[in-house]
Design a protein. Sequence first.
Length: 550
Amino acid sequence: MTDIPSKLLNRPLVLIGLMGAGKTTIGKKIADLLSIPFIDSDKEIEITAGCSIADIFEQYGEEEFRRVENQVIQRLLDQAPLILATGGGAYMHPKTRKTLKEKATTLWLHCDLETLFKRVSKNTNRPLLNVNNKKEILSSLMEKRYPVYAEADIVVECKDKDIDTTINLVISALENSSKMHILPITLSKNHYDVIIGSDILQQCGTLILPLLKQKKVFILADQTVADLHLDKLIHSLDLVHVNYEVILLPPGEKTKSFQYYEKVTQTLLEKGVERNSTILAFGGGVTGDLAGFSAATVLRGVPFIQIPTTLLSQVDSSVGGKTGINTSVGKNLLGAFYQPEAVLADTKILDTLPQRELQAGYAEIVKAGLINDPELFKWCEKNGKKIISKEHACLAKAIEMACQFKARVIQNDEYEQQSTGRNLLNLGHSLGHTLEAELGYDGRLLHGEAVALGCCLIFKLCTQMGICPEKDTQRVIHHFESVNLPVTIKRLPQPIRASNLLNHLKHDKKSQNNKITFILVNGIGKAFTSQDVSEKQLYNLLIEDGCIQD
C-alpha cells in the first residue's frame, strides 16, 4: 500500500494535534501498515507516574504534568523506527517542541472545530474538557495552539472523513515528503534551498513558515496560474496562519516592463509592505523576474521566495538570483542580482502546463548538457520524450540535474564576472533573444524555443568555423527536432531579415567594447566564450538558415 523510503522511518514519526484529531487511531493503523511500533505518550506517562493523567492534573497541576511528559517523550524518541502519538499540549512545551524538531518528523493532524467537537463531545476522560462549554474551550485551544502546531514538518487536513480516507491522506503526505529533493545553494553571502517534489504546493505554507520574518506575505501571481492553482496555495497558507495579499499579473513576456514594475511596487507600498514582509513569486519566469526585481528594489530590498510554475522557470530563471525587466532597447537590460530565500519546484503543477510550454522549458535542461555536461545531454537523448510526456519521476530527476548544474556554475561565479563561469549559461541566448525581439515577444516564439534555435545556430556556426564536429551538431539538431523544438529560422512563423537580427545583437547586454561575447562550442559539453565572430560570419549563417537578404 505504501512506498515510504526507509530514510523517513529512521526518525520517529510524531503525530500532533488537539484531542479528538485521531492521533491514536491513525497512528496505530499506520504503524500496522508499516510494521513498526506505535506508542501513545499519554499511556506511557500514566505507567511512569503510576496514576491517570486526570489524577496528575488534579493532584499536581499542569506544570508538573508537562515536566513528566517531557521526560517520557525524551526517552521515547531514542527509539526508531517508531510512531508516537502525543497529547494535545505536548508540542506547546518549548523544550519538548525543540526536542521534537531535532529528533523526529512531526505531522500535524489538522481538524476544524466542528469535526473536533463532534468527536469529543461525549468524552468525559479529557481533563481540559470536563466543563459544560466544550465548544468554547475547544475554540480557545485552537486559537492558542494552532499557530504553534503550524511549525510541524507536515500538515494533513483531517475533516470529518472516514478513517481510511484520512490514513491515505497521511500516507500520501509522508510519501511526498520523503521523496522531496533538497538542493542547497551556497553563495558568498547567501544560502537557500531548492526543494523539488510532487504536490509541494499542498505543503507550501509549512515549508516556507520557518523562513518568514513575519506572518504576512505578498503573492505576485500570473493570472493564468492563479486561476488554476492559487486556491491551493492560499489554503496551505491559511492552515499555518499566514496572512497574505494577492497581486495578479497578466500572463506573457510584455508584463516584464516598466509599466508593470511601477504597478507592482506601487501596489506593494499601498498595501503596507514592510522590510520583514516576504514576496512570493507564483508563476513562470516572467512573474519570477518581475517579482524578484520588485523585491530587490522596494524599500531597498525585502525577502522573496520563488514558486516557479513552468519547467523553464523551475530549471532556469528561479535559480541564481537574476531578476529584471525588459526595455524598448532590449531584453533584461534593467535588473539586479538578488537571491531568493527558497525555491519550491512542484512537478505536479506541471500537469496543467501546455505541452508547448513544457517543451520550451525542456530546452534549458538540454542546454545545460551542451555547455559542459555531455552525460546530461546523453541522459536527455534517452529520456527527453518521457520528460515532455510529464512522467513525474523523470521530471524531478531532470529538474534536479539541471539545478545542480546551475548551482555549480553560480557558486563559482555569482555575478557573471568570469568568462568561463556564469556567462556560459547564455549558450544560445544572444541569437535567441534577437529572434524573440524581432517577433515582438508576442508568444509566437517562446523563450525556450528561442534558446533551442539559438543553440542550433551556434552549433551550425561553430561547424562552419571548423571548430565543432559535424556529428555533434547533427546530434543536437536531431534531439531538438525529436521533442518538437525549432531548429531552423526558415520554419519561424514570419520571414526575418538578417540585418534586423544583427541590429538587435548590437544591444545585447553581453557586448564589450562594441563587440558581442558569444558562447561557442568545440562540441557537446565543450562551451567557451569568444569575441572572435565577425559580422560577415553571422550574416552568412543567418542567410543560410533562412533569413531574408537585404
